[in-house]
Ligand binder design. Sequence first.
Ligand code: HEM
Length: 140
Amino acid sequence: MDDNPLTRPGVAHPDITDPDIALLVTTFYGRAREDDLIGPIFNRAVDDWDHHLAQITDFWSSIMLRTGRYSGRPLNPHLRLPLEPVHFDRWLALFEQTATEIFGPEIAHEFMIRANRIADNFEIAIGTLRGDLRTPRHSV
Ligand code: HEM
């Protein structure tokens, strides 16, 4: 039994659809861009929002539905950004709120198990490059 939700085979939940994932992504990034804390980071770094949203939709489709549409290196762009733990906390809070509104708490939980792990992976990798020792804060 594979207990890591990022590598376990099969869909995360039978009621999740690709159109709903696309709605989650457009709604979430619409809010993230306007957020007082993380909005400025996105708005400085993203040149082509259509491309970013398509990439992120493929990313979540691959994670939740195992469609294989994303095969990039998700960590890379984050290593160049001025990201601190507080930014990840805000990202996750906004993502959870949006996922709960669109899918309800049960499916939102499935998204959050995965989002928390990925955010921790990013946070720890960024910390390591800067010489800070960090431990998982969201996925334990
Ligand atoms: C405050 C936190 C975050 C900020 C400010 C941020 C910002 C960004 C930016 C600026 C890019 C590059 C976009 C472009 O060049 O068009 C990016 C790419 C991406 N982000 Fe984030 N991000 C954050 C957290 C996360 C988290 C928690 C996840 C996943 C759970 C995530 C998933 C991705 C993915 C999959 C990509 C595309 C990578 C690629 O294939 O190039 N991000 N992000």
